[in-house]
Design a protein around this ligand. Sequence first.
Ligand SMILES: C[S@@+](CC[C@H](N)C(=O)[O-])C[C@H]1O[C@@H](n2cnc3c(N)ncnc32)[C@H](O)[C@@H]1O
Length: 348
Amino acid sequence: MDETKLNAFMGKLVTDMGGAALMATVLVGEELGLYRAMADGQPTSPEELAAKAACNPRLIREWLNTQAAAGYVETTEGRFRLPAEQAMALADEDSPVYVAGGASVLASLFLDKDKVVAAMRGNGGLSWGDHHQCLFSGTERFFRPGYRAHLVAEWLPALDGVVAKLRAGARVADVGCGHGASTVIMAQAFPASRFFGFDFHAPSITTARTRAGERGVVDRVTFEVANAQGYPANGYDLICFFDCLHDMGDPVGAARHAREALAPDGTVLLVEPFAGDRLEENINPVGRLFYAASTFICTPNSLSQKVGLGLGAQAGEARLRRVFMDAGFTRFRRATTTPFNLILEARR
Ligand SMILES: C[S@@+](CC[C@H](N)C(=O)[O-])C[C@H]1O[C@@H](n2cnc3c(N)ncnc32)[C@H](O)[C@@H]1O
C-alpha cells in the first residue's frame, strides 16, 4: 500500500463527493431563484437574499456558506456576491454556458438508482420514459444553450449546402427530438422551411408542442409521436439526430430509415456526445460525466428496445461511421466539433 497514492485518492474522493453534494445545492438554488436573485453581482447579506427570495434566513446563510466554500460565490465580511461568470453558468438560461440544467439530469441518476440496479441485475433494459421526469426537463435545459449557441451559427453552416436549402425552404425531420429545443431553434432561424419533430416518448411530444406555441413557430413546426423507424418517409432535405442515436436500440435501422426518408440529395446531421474511439481517449472530465449518464440512461434505454445494440454515449466517430455505412450511406464525415459534441454529416 502506497500511502501517498492513498492520500491522493482520498483527496479525489472528497472532491467528487463535494461535487455531487454541490449539485443538490445547485438544484435548490435554481428552484428557489437564489442565483437569479444574485445575478446583479451586488454583495448581499443572507438576510437580504432570504427576504428577496422569501426563504428562511438561517438556511440561506448555510446555502451561501456552501456556495462560498465551493467558489461559486465570493464572500467578504459576511456579504456574498455572485460573479458575472458564475451568473452566466448558473442564473441565465439564455447564456451559451448555462449548465445548471444539468443538475436535474444528475438528480435523475440518484432518483432512478433502484431502477438501474434492477436493470443491471436483469436484462439491462430501462426505457427513457420510465425515468423520473426531471430527466426530461433537465435534458432540455442542459442541451438547449448549446443548440442556441452553435446550431444555427456553426453546425448547420458546416454541412454541405444545407443553409441555402433552409433559407429557400426545406423539409426537415428532427428525430428523437425530446422537448423540441433544436427543432424550435431551427424553425425560428429559417421561417421558409417546414420542421417535423418525432420522438417515441409521448409526454415529450406534448411538451414540444407547448414550446412551439410559446416561441411562435406553430405555423412551420409539427411534433408527432413516432419511433425512429416509424415516421413518414416524406423526402426530407435534412434529417437530424441530436444526442439520441446512441440511445436507440437499433441505430442501424434508424439510419437505414433515414436513408429511405431523405430527398435524393438530402443530408443527415448527427450530433453525438464528444468522444474518442478508444476508452483511453475518454478518461477525462467529459468522459466520466458521459459514461455515468450512459450507464444510467442511454445504454439501458437502448437495451430496452428491439436489437438492443447498446452503443453507449461514448461511441466515438469510428463506430458511428460504421452504423451509417451498415445502413447503406456512402459518405460520412466530421463536419465540426465543440468540447461536448461531435457534429457528423452523412449523405447517401
Ligand atoms: C438524450 S434525449 C435527446 C432529446 C433531444 N434530441 C435533445 O437534444 O434535447 C434522447 C431522446 O431520444 C428519444 N428516443 C430514444 N429512443 C428512441 C426511438 N427508438 N425512437 C424515437 N425516439 C427515441 C428519447 O425519447 C429522448 O427524447
